[in-house]
Design a binder for this molecule. Structure first.
Ligand code: SAH
Length: 209
């Protein structure tokens, strides 16, 4: 694994990534990504690459975290739903830019670890839940923005329902294990406007039995 990582390294300060939203770049430049990865991968925490976090999951590539965040077009008053907490790194980015983040993870030890790290770093505007994110978080809905960090084959209908009018949903749709298309879906008077934002590769969205 480390050998393949050594072939991928591409050092760039995260505040200098090719993104358009300066607020997102500033946040990426200040969050300590090394805190979110297992010790053995800490030397690679500031490379622009995904890294293993255990349980077959990965912390996303910083550029993709930034791109998805910028597509959500967050306002400081926004309430955001994140599906796939994973390491908690994307959660921190969202918590810096929105009023409150509701984050769902299906793998309990990852959910616990992310909660510990984010609490230690002082975030107080995040709620956590260990569950299948397919159903969203109805009691806390509606949300101004929803992000799914795992590859789905189609949009879970409960998530479209839990968006406000004008709300944005950013997610990878496509074959699990292959590449997917990153979409931004904007809800407008019960129409869903889809914008194709290019190819990405995410771990599969897994349903709970
Ligand atoms: N943004 C995270 C991405 C982690 S990978 C990070 O950078 O760390 C995607 C995560 O989605 C994994 O932790 C996986 O367990 C979780 N996941 C997959 N299917 C899910 C589901 N149905 N509900 C909630 N979380 C899910």
């Amino acid at each position: 694994m480390l050998e393949s990582i050594n072939r991928q390294v591409s050092t760039v300060h995260f505040a200098d990534l090719e993104l358009t939203d300066q607020r997102v770049k500033t946040v990426l430049g200040k969050i300590p990504r090394d805190q979110f990865v297992p010790e053995e991968y800490q030397p690679y925490a500031y490379e622009n690459i995904p890294l293993p976090i255990g349980y077959g999951q990965t912390i996303s590539q910083p550029y993709i975290v930034g791109l998805m965040t910028e597509l959500l077009a967050l306002k400081p008053t926004d309430r955001v739903l994140e599906i796939g907490t994973g390491s908690g790194y994307q959660t921190a980015v969202l918590a810096e830019l929105a009023a409150h983040v509701y984050s769902i993870e299906t793998i309990e030890p990852l959910a616990k670890s992310a909660q510990e790290i984010l609490t230690r770093l002082g975030y107080e505007n995040i709620s956590f839940r260990t569950a299948d994110g397919y159903f969203g978080w109805e009691e806390a809905s509606p949300f101004d923005a929803i992000l799914i960090a795992a590859a789905v084959e189609e949009v879970p209908p409960p998530l479209e329902e839990q968006l406000v009018n004008g709300g944005r949903l950013v997610l990878p749709i496509g074959t699990p294990g292959g590449t997917q298309t990153l979409w931004r879906i904007t809800k407008q008077n019960n129409n869903f406007i889809r914008e194709n934002k290019g190819l990405v590769r995410f771990v599969p969205f897994t349903r709970r039995k």
